[in-house]
Design a protein around this ligand. Structure first.
Ligand code: SF4
Ligand code: SF4
Length: 295
């Protein structure tokens, strides 16, 4: 399977102390994503122009001639790049990184099992995230089964854009779904993410019908999904689904430096105000939901 990170001692991706396994590749293209290197399937080079002295060593060592120099910086042709990592190995200034590499199930489990004691003591476990972990359904299922055999709590962090049968297959082995809803309006959803949300809402209802433990995660992005009738629609959806928990996730720009390294535009979004968030939280509470601002 292709991952871009395995993060130990995470406290923001479900209950307790967790190991978060980040799959690379996502079917959505949310412009505010704070892990932009997670979106494309396959390897990706991040180039730090502030560290680069344009010595050209990486250019001459790239086996497929994917790197060119122009306008005082380097350009990497993503179509040619194989993700071999040679350029990063060669750079003595640590100006290059390759996001994404292949792992086997046993390699992932070796890391996961190191912190088994912490999971037990903190009520934590493993979270499969991304990118989109449901975009690699067979590999995800193997990992979920392994975790179940070891008695480890599992969370699937998903945007829900996947085959319904693949999602259903995960249910016997998943302790909680961290289910992201970007917005309810289908036209706005398509505009913001590039994808239709019909299957996302259908899959959420499937999980509900199957009795899954659902934590609804609502990214709130000023300049994208905080206006119009969206908040009313989110409340209506939450009232229908009655999730076990709701997380209101205000926009933050901590991933902007990665857009620069990927030579991509970070967009211009804002965080909703604290007053607006508190008011929204109050509306969820009034409707009887367990709700928190943040993860
Ligand atoms: S080897 Fe490093 S410092 Fe030299 S051009 Fe490549 S990225 Fe820049
Ligand atoms: S990762 Fe490999 S193929 Fe890609 S730019 Fe670097 S050296 Fe070239």
């Amino acid at each position: 399977m292709f991952l871009f990170n395995i993060q130990r001692f995470s406290t923001h991706d479900g209950p307790g102390i967790r190991t978060t396994v980040f799959f690379k590749g996502c079917p959505l293209r949310c412009r505010w994503c704070h892990n932009p290197e997670s979106q494309r399937f396959g390897p990706e080079v991040l180039h730090n122009s502030e560290r680069c002295v344009l010595c050209g060593k990486c250019v001459s060592n790239c086996p497929v001639q994917a790197i060119t120099v122009g306008n005082g910086t380097l350009f990497t042709d993503a179509k040619r790049c194989t993700g071999c990592g040679l350029c990063a190995d060669e750079c003595i200034n640590c100006a290059r990184d390759v996001a994404g590499r292949e792992y086997t199930v046993s390699q992932v489990m070796d890391t996961v099992l190191r912190d088994k004691t912490f999971y037990a003591e903190s009520g934590g476990g493993v979270t499969f995230s991304g990118g989109e972990c449901m975009s690699a359904p067979k590999e995800l299922l193997s990992l979920l089964r392994e975790c179940r055999q070891w008695g480890i709590h599992t969370a699937v962090d998903t945007c829900g854009y996947c085959e319904p049968d693949d999602l259903i297959a995960t249910m016997p082995y998943t302790s909680v779904y961290l289910y992201d809803i970007k917005c309810v309006d289908p036209v706005l959803h398509k505009k913001l993410t590039g994808a239709d949300n019909g299957v996302i809402l259908q899959n959420l209802r499937l999980l509900k019908e199957g009795g899954a433990n659902i934590w609804l995660r609502l990214p709130l992005i000023g300049g994208a999904n905080c206006g119009g009738g969206e908040t009313d629609a989110l409340l209506k959806l939450a009232d229908e689904i009655r999730p076990d928990h709701v997380s209101l996730l205000p926009y933050h720009n901590t991933g902007n430096f990665k857009y620069k390294k990927l030579n991509r535009d970070a967009g211009s979004f804002t965080a909703p105000t604290a007053e607006w968030l508190e008011e929204l939280k109050g509306r969820f509470e009034k409707a009887g939901h367990s709700v928190k601002i943040g993860n």
